[in-house]
Design a protein around this ligand. Sequence first.
Ligand code: ADP
Ligand code: ADP
Length: 228
Amino acid sequence: EAHLQVAQVCKTYASPRGATHALQDITLDVPAGRFVSVVGPSGCGKSTLLRCIAGLDRPTSGEIRLNGEPIVGPSANTGIVFQRDLLLDWRTILQNVLFTTDCRGQPRAAWAERARDLLDLFGLENFHHRYPWELSGGMRQRVAICRALLDEPKLLLMDEPFAALDAFTRDDLNLELQKISLQTACTTIFITHNIGEAIFLADQVVVMDRRPGRIALVLDIDLPRPRR
Ligand code: ADP
Ligand code: ADP
């Protein structure tokens, strides 16, 4: 359960050529379990917003809270998937999924079953002991999603996770992600520049503007389809 609140967030990057206002007065209230897609043209501030929510970057002003607690840095409550899968070539698929809990020094035995179940859910049951370079792009990104979901994060953040994949693989992954998100009830922020994908997955679509860093429109999606 994670209630995400973004309140009047501004982010300004300073450079010798002047300031870039990447986010300007962003306010969003995302109730627990909601799936929100963020769409908008390149450079409108989507990734900056996600990095701030992830605690990987700090807003210049404003505040971001998860269940009322300010987000001040990376947290175990948050799973992240980027466009690049960032799998480690010297670890097997199973070991890649176990990366975060390994880093925390938690025993493999405690997490291996969950890791295997997640991989199986994504149709990767025959690939536990293979290496990333043996897998297709779509399969690698499925592994990255499993890694992000391993320790049951409250918040799942995805930054153009399928942008590098072909249209067919992308459709498959959208269906699988929809299925998984109906099961997990993770609060999810999904960045994409594909409006069809945004609408297919989300309860709500936030459209960011060409005037950089602003929200232009918030659409509630109410399609007849499975609900949480
Ligand atoms: P999007 O994800 O929508 O393409 P970004 O959040 O990446 O947009 O970028 C928003 C704006 O902030 C852009 O003008 C970009 O050049 C600028 N920007 C992003 N990150 C940095 C940074 N680390 N330093 C300076 N400017 C940045
Ligand atoms: P794409 O290959 O376009 O990224 P998918 O990731 O959906 O598409 O893969 C389609 C299917 O092809 C997978 O379910 C898998 O069974 C098979 N496949 C893809 N790459 C490999 C591989 N390196 N080794 C064995 N089977 C593979």
